[in-house]
Design a protein around this ligand. Structure first.
Ligand code: AMP
Length: 229
C-alpha cells in the first residue's frame, strides 16, 4: 500500500514526498490505516522501524481533517489577550493550553526527535504546532510555549505533571494519547506519573502504545488503558 492509497491528507503527502519517503515501512502500513479508522493500537516496534511516523501521520491527518471540517475562529494572540486583560483592569494571565494530542516519551532526546519529525510532516499544514515539555528546560520558556496553545504536546512525564499541577494544561479537549517506548518509561519508574496523566484525559480518547515488548508490566498497563486494540 502507498501513502496515497492509505488516503493521507494532501499536505502530509507533499511533506512525505519532500522528505524522500517513497513507501510506508511495515509498521506504518499496518498502523496508519487502523489509526485513521479510530482504533486503539498496541505496537511492538524498535527504534528505526519508522514508528514515529506510524503514530504521527494518522494523528496529524485526523487533526487536519477535523480542523477543515470544523474551522475554529482565530484566537487572540497571547499579547492581544494580555492587552485586553490590562484594559479591563485585570491582571493578565495565561489561559491553560488545551492540546488535542499528547505524546509521552521516556527521554528529552526522544521528545525532541518526535517534535522535529512533527514539524517536518506538518510543514504544509496550518495550525499544527507541536511543543516539547521537558525536564531541565526553564519554566518561563515552557510557559511561553504553552501560551501558544499548541495542538500537539510532546512531553516527558515528570515535567508534564508539574505543569498540570500548576493549572497550565487542560486535557478536556484531548483526542489522541500516544505512549512512545512505554517499556522504557516503566523501567524508568514513571508508572505513577503516567497513571496520573491518563486519569486527567477523556475516557473516549484514542490511545496508541508503542513498546519494544508488550509483555509483563507494559502488557498489563496496555490492557487497562486501551480498548480493543
Ligand atoms: P523511527 O523508527 O521513527 O525512529 O524512524 C527511523 C528513521 O526512518 C527516521 O529517520 C525517519 O525519518 C525515517 N523514516 C520513517 N519512515 C520512513 C519511510 N516511510 N521512508 C523513509 N524513511 C522513513
Amino acid at each position: 500500500m502507498t501513502f496515497e492509497e492509505i488516503g493521507l491528507h494532501p499536505a502530509i503527502l507533499k511533506a512525505l514526498a519532500d522528505s524522500g519517503y517513497t513507501e510506508p515501512t511495515p509498521v506504518q502500513a499496518q498502523a496508519i490505516p487502523a489509526a485513521i479508522e479510530g482504533r486503539d493500537l498496541l505496537v511492538s516496534s524498535q527504534t528505526g522501524s519508522g514508528k514515529t511516523a506510524a503514530f504521527m501521520l494518522p494523528s496529524m491527518h485526523k487533526l487536519a481533517v477535523a480542523a477543515q471540517d470544523n474551522p475554529q475562529p482565530a484566537l487572540k494572540t497571547p499579547n492581544q489577550e494580555r492587552q485586553s486583560a490590562r484594559s479591563r483592569g485585570e491582571r493578565p494571565r495565561y489561559a491553560p493550553a488545551q492540546p488535542k494530542m499528547l505524546v509521552l516519551t521516556p527521554t528529552r532526546e526522544l521528545a525532541l526527535q518526535v517534535t522535529t519529525a512533527t514539524e517536518k510532516y506538518g510543514a504544509n499544514l496550518r495550525r499544527m504546532k507541536a511543543v516539547s515539555i521537558l525536564g531541565g528546560m526553564p519554566y518561563p520558556k515552557q510557559m511561553q510555549l504553552l501560551a501558544r496553545n499548541p495542538e500537539i504536546l510532546v512531553a516527558t512525564p515528570g515535567r508534564l505533571i508539574d505543569h498540570m499541577n500548576s493549572g497550565k494544561i487542560d486535557f478536556s479537549q484531548l483526542q489522541i494519547l500516544v505512549l512512545d517506548e512505554a517499556d522504557r518509561m516503566l523501567d524508568m519508574g514513571f508508572i505513577d506519573d503516567i497513571e496520573t496523566i491518563i486519569a486527567a484525559t477523556p475516557a473516549e480518547r484514542q490511545t496508541m502504545l508503542f513498546s519494544a515488548t508488550l509483555e509483563g508490566d507494559v502488557g498489563r498497563m496496555a490492557e487497562r488503558i486501551t480498548r480493543e486494540p
